[in-house]
Every structure is written in structure tokens, then in C-alpha cells.
Ligand binder design. Structure first.
Ligand SMILES: Cc1cc2nc3c(=O)[nH]c(=O)nc-3n(C[C@H](O)[C@H](O)[C@H](O)COP(=O)(O)OP(=O)(O)OC[C@H]3O[C@@H](n4cnc5c(N)ncnc54)[C@H](O)[C@@H]3O)c2cc1C
Ligand code: SF4
Length: 546
């Protein structure tokens, strides 16, 4: 029976949810394949700075085969990772547990006694991802602490918990250590040198990316990973609609794949782990073309961000290098709902300047573009030299503090698969619903005050100002956990309603705004889901959603 199928489980995507699933299912004795459309990355091919667009950005049709994908929608600009290791290659490594109240909100409220069951899985996730307190506070973090005092928020200043290897106290930066995490089963690691480059991919073997923990161990134990391979179809085998006879998965090469890989595989069970956007896009297409018609109509509903806003303060005459430290080194809470983290890019990664402009106040609507124009003219007349130097890209990374602002206030949009009027030849994912706030007035006030006191030039994100849309690196929801198929796409154990042995383990499952960086929660919830799947020897293949 087992031999009829190429694999027991196929996992679509190798990010946080996919890597956890791969390791745990392989450990339970299953034959597992992971299909990942991105490339493998390491010190030999990671870009030194963001000027290397072809190895930084992911847009294969334009010859860009990097690991950061920028997906524009009418309501939001989404940044997400495409790589072996998913978003971990590009992430800052900040891993936080959300406040308890989020479990009583949204579609997952009441599905489980989350506050009782999850601590065990958060602990496992932290251990596996090597979470520790940041030990390298850079000049930007020290300045941020002084700024917090200006608004009476110094008591809330904290040093971030990050997935970075710092070595032993007193070690020189970059020292090589034999596997420090998995008793010799994992790879050797170097201690962090505090170059601030985590968002461009760590070239120094210090950031704990998934290809150094979950995925590394999964492959070592037998998981087979097909990189640069995109899943385009999943359908039940033998016409058995609920998938209890297994699935056929169809794939195509992506991003210049050279290694041979099959174009069709069969499996008994499947895990969708292609990220919030990736899973929504794939499931919409599979429902639309009749491959998986039973997927809930709630697909695409309740897509959330962390209500983020990107602000920066540039010091064009700075003598100190503000790019030193880890990418997100510290944070503060300026009020009950508003959380700000001190963020940086590595020396030379000045393209980020092209996404920033003079700080613009105004209303949260289209009139802001006019306010921006008036503000820019006023600044050019009143302080032309400072303004021009602040807008000039060269030197941006070493002279700028980037402030990642997040709010817990809830707001969501929906996603749909539609044929746009401007390109009617193909259906694409499009956003719908009420506009999301494109800036956080409280965070702007903070930046203006802090810049004034420290001689900096406050800046807003260009897309927020000109197009009145926010940018998010934390897209969540869209295939949410819920009590019923009418409300969500999967249940509290991540089983997809309407199908057998089908799971969703990625950011799309999240049922509420976490208010903090989401990867630790995606990891913990995936650990929880996998803990309910029996070992291969006991498996009866009847896992259906309640
Ligand atoms: C610049 C940046 C910084 C960030 N920093 C942090 C941070 O510090 N802390 C934090 O918690 N979060 C951070 N995030 C967010 C974090 O990266 C995501 O929340 C997380 O990666 C989501 O995990 P996931 O399991 O949903 O899927 P992902 O990690 O996004 O992985 C999904 C994978 O599926 C693949 N895929 C998609 N479709 C297909 C298909 N059809 N076939 C095959 N493969 C497919 C993709 O290529 C991708 O590799 C950051 C994100 C960005 C962009
Ligand atoms: S600061 Fe530099 S060395 Fe340290 S984890 Fe980030 S990229 Fe790697």
C-alpha cells in the first residue's frame, strides 16, 4: 500500500511551517518531500548589499532570482521571502511571543485552551530556532534608548530576543564553534559580528535560518527537498473527492532550475506551507479550476498585517556607523497599542533610501501626497543642504535609524482571485475591503520629536505617502483556523475542512493580529499541529477536520 505513493507527505514551501512539518513528519517515520520554488542560499551567493538587485529581489520573469519578493496590492505592499528556508533567509530574526489577549480574539478564539497548550510548543520553537537575548547593542540602539526617554517611554525599552548565535562571552566576533544547538547533529556555526546585515541574508553563518536548524535536520534524517520547483496543481487521486485515496501534485521549474526534478508526484497527505500569500494564491487557483473545489469559501478572508509603518531618521553628518548591531536590536512601547523597533541595514545597502522621503503628516487619505509635496518644497527652501543630503541614497545605511512601527489595533482586508481590468488575460490575487491605515500618527509624532532633539532628519516611507498604502513584512491570515468551514479554511489542528490528510501550516492560518513579529507563533502552531499526527506505524490515514 505504502509503495503505491511516491511519498507519504508532500510539503509545499520550506518556510517556518514547512520546515517544522518536514522535520517532525520525518522523525515520525514518514517519507517526506518538500517542494520549494526559491533557491538555496549561503555565503557563496548571498548579496553583499541591496545594490545586487538580481540576487536580492525575487521576480524571475525579470531575471531577478533573489530571495525577497515585493508584492503590490491596492491596499498594501507585501514583502515576503522566497527561498529554501522561506522568510528566514531575509528575516531580522526577531522572535517574540504575542500577548495572551490575542488568543481570545479572531477566529481561533475558543478553538483550544491556547494559553495552556501553547507554552510547551513556544518553548520547543525557541530552543530549535536558538532564540536568545541580543548581545550586541549598536549605536542606533543606544540612541534609540535616549529617544525613548524624550517621550517618557524609557522604562519600556527592551533588548530584542533574536535567533542569532553570539558564541561565548569574550569570544572574538566570527569565532567558529562546533554545532552549539543540537548536540553535534547540527552544523558548525560562527558567532555574530554585528554587521547589521540580517535583512540581506547573513553571510557570516551566525543567523539561525531554517536551513541551519529544522530543515537541516529534516534533510539529514531523510526529507527530500526539491528547490526551484513550483507547485501548480494538487488534486485528489482516483476521483476520491475528499482526498482519502491520496493526492497528485504537479510541479514546474522556477527560477532557472538546473537539477532534474519530477513534474508529478503522488502522496497520501499534503501540507500547504507556502506563506500567507503563497497558500492563498495556490488554493484560490486550485478551487477555481476544480482541483480542490471543497476548499472553504472563507479563503482570502481576514488578511491582516501588524498595522505597520516604516519611519526613519537620517543623520547626514553622522560620524558613527548606525548600521552596526543586529538588524532589529531593541524596541520600545510608546503607548498601549504602539510598538517601535530599532532596525538597520548593512553598510552599503543604500537602495532603501529610494523607498524613503521627507516625513509627511496630514490625513490618512489621498490628500497626503499633496501635503508631501508642500512639505518637501518647504524643506528645500528652508534647509536645502540638509534636505538634499538626507534624500541622497549614498551613505543611507550607515547614517539612518529605521523605525519599524507596529500597532495591535485590528483591521483586515480580503483577497480574491480576479481578472483585473488592466490585464484581463490572467486571474491574479487582488485585495478588497476598507483601506488599511497608511501611517501611525503617534509614531510620526515620536519620530519628529526624537529627530528634533538629536539633530536628525525624519523620513516617511514613499509608498505610504504617495500611494496611501502601508508596507508590511508580516502578512497573516487568509486561510484562517476557525470552528467551522463557514468561518475559516482549517480547524484548530490545522486540518483543512472538506479534505482528508490535508493541512495548512504557515502564516495564512493565523486568526488574529499578533501585534508582534509572527514567525515564532507560526513555528509553535506548526509544532502543535504536527504533535497531533500519529507516528507512521500507527497512521490510519483518516485525519479529517472536525
Ligand atoms: C524583510 C523581512 C523581515 C522580516 N523579519 C521578521 C522578523 O524579524 N521576525 C519575524 O517573526 N518575522 C519576520 N518577517 C516575517 C517572516 O519572514 C514571515 O512571517 C515568515 O517567513 C512566514 O512563514 P511561513 O511559514 O508562513 O512561510 P514563508 O517563510 O514565507 O515560506 C513560504 C515558502 O513557500 C514558498 N512557496 C510559495 N508558493 C509556492 C509554490 N506554489 N510552490 C513551491 N513553493 C512555494 C516560498 O518560496 C517560500 O519560501 C520578516 C519578513 C521580511 C520580508
Ligand atoms: S548581524 Fe551580521 S553576522 Fe550577525 S546575524 Fe546579522 S548578518 Fe549575521
Amino acid at each position: 500500500m505504502r509503495g503505491q505513493y511516491d511519498y507519504d507527505f508532500i510539503i509545499v514551501g520550506s518556510g517556518f511551517g514547512g520546515s517544522v512539518s518536514a522535520l517532525r513528519l520525518t522523525e515520525k517515520g514518514y517519507r517526506v518531500a518538500v517542494i520549494e520554488m526559491g533557491r538555496r542560499w549561503g555565503p557563496h551567493n548571498l548579496p553583499a548589499t541591496t545594490w545586487s538587485l538580481p540576487s536580492w529581489l525575487w521576480r524571475p520573469e525579470l531575471g531577478l532570482r533573489g530571495f525577497l519578493c515585493v508584492s503590490p496590492f491596492r491596499h498594501v505592499l507585501v514583502l515576503h521571502g522566497n527561498a529554501v528556508g522561506g522568510g528566514s533567509i531575509v528575516y531580522a530574526g526577531t522572535l517574540m511571543v504575542p500577548p495572551d489577549h490575542v488568543w481570545n480574539e479572531g477566529t481561533w478564539a475558543g478553538l483550544n485552551d491556547w494559553q495552556r497548550v501553547l507554552p510547551e510548543h513556544y518553548a520547543t520553537a525557541k530552543r530549535m530556532l536558538g532564540v536568545t537575548q541580543n548581545r550586541i547593542l549598536g549605536p542606533a540602539d543606544h540612541r534609540f534608548k535616549e529617544m525613548a526617554a524624550l517621550v517618557g517611554a524609557e522604562k519600556s525599552f527592551y533588548t530584542t530576543d533574536v535567533a542569532v548565535f553570539f558564541g561565548n562571552d569574550g569570544d572574538p566576533p566570527g569565532k567558529l564553534h562546533p554545532d552549539p544547538y543540537f548536540g553535534g547533529d547540527g552544523p558548525a556555526r560562527n558567532s555574530c559580528i554585528g554587521c547589521g546585515g540580517c535583512l540581506v541574508g547573513c553571510r557570516y553563518n551566525a543567523k539561525n535560518t531554517l536551513d541551519k536548524n529544522y530543515l537541516y535536520l529534516a534533510e539529514k534524517k531523510g526529507t527530500q527537498l526539491f528547490a526551484q520547483t513550483k507547485v501548480v496543481d494538487v488534486r485528489p487521486l482516483d476521483g476520491v473527492e475528499d482526498g482519502s485515496a491520496g493526492y497528485q501534485v504537479r510541479m514546474v521549474a522556477s527560477a532557472g532550475r538546473r537539477e532534474p526534478a519530477p513534474d508529478r508526484l503522488t502522496c497520501r497527505g499534503i501540507v500547504f506551507a507556502a506563506s500567507s500569500l503563497g497558500t492563498q494564491d495556490l488554493l484560490f487557483r486550485l478551487k477555481d479550476r476544480g482541483s480542490l473545489p471543497r476548499i472553504s469559501d472563507a479563503l482570502g478572508r481576514g488578511v491582516r498585517t501588524n498595522a505597520e509603518s516604516l519611519i526613519s531618521i537620517r543623520f547626514p553628518s553622522a560620524q558613527i556607523d548606525l548600521s552596526q548591531g543586529v538588524a532589529i536590536g531593541s524596541g520600545i512601547y510608546i503607548d498601549e497599542h504602539t510598538h517601535i523597533q530599532a532596525t538597520r541595514c548593512p553598510k552599503g545597502s543604500d537602495t532603501v533610501a529610494l523607498l524613503s522621503t521627507a516625513m509627511t503628516q496630514g490625513r490618512r487619505d489621498w490628500t497626503r501626497a499633496f501635503v508631501w509635496f508642500a512639505t518637501l518644497m518647504r524643506l528645500l527652501l528652508s534647509q536645502p543642504w540638509t534636505t538634499l543630503r538626507s534624500l541622497w541614497p549614498i551613505g543611507f545605511a550607515t547614517q539612518t535609524m529605521i523605525l519599524l512601527c507596529m500597532q495591535t489595533i485590528d483591521g483586515h482586508i480580503d483577497m480574491r482571485l480576479e481578472r483585473p481590468w488592466f490585464w484581463p488575460f490572467r486571474k491574479i490575487l487582488r485585495s478588497a475591503g476598507e483601506p488599511l491605515p497608511a501611517f501611525i500618527p503617534q509614531a510620526n509624532e515620536f519620530a519628529l520629536k526624537a529627530a528634533k532633539a538629536t539633530g536628525g532628519f525624519p523620513m516617511s516611507a514613499t509608498v505610504e505617502v504617495l500611494f496611501n498604502i502601508p508596507t508590511t513584512a508580516h502578512c497573516m491570515g487568509g486561510a484562517r483556523m476557525a470552528r467551522t468551514r463557514a468561518e475559516g479554511v482549517c480547524d484548530g489542528k490545522n486540518r483543512v475542512f472538506g479534505y482528508t490528510n490535508m493541512y495548512i501550516c504557515d502564516g495564512s492560518m493565523l486568526g488574529a493580529n499578533l501585534g508582534v513579529n509572527p514567525s515564532l507563533t507560526i513555528t509553535a502552531l506548526s509544532e502543535h499541529a504536527m504533535s497531533h499526527i500519529p507516528a507512521a506505524a500507527q497512521q490510519r490515514w483518516t485525519q479529517v477536520a472536525a
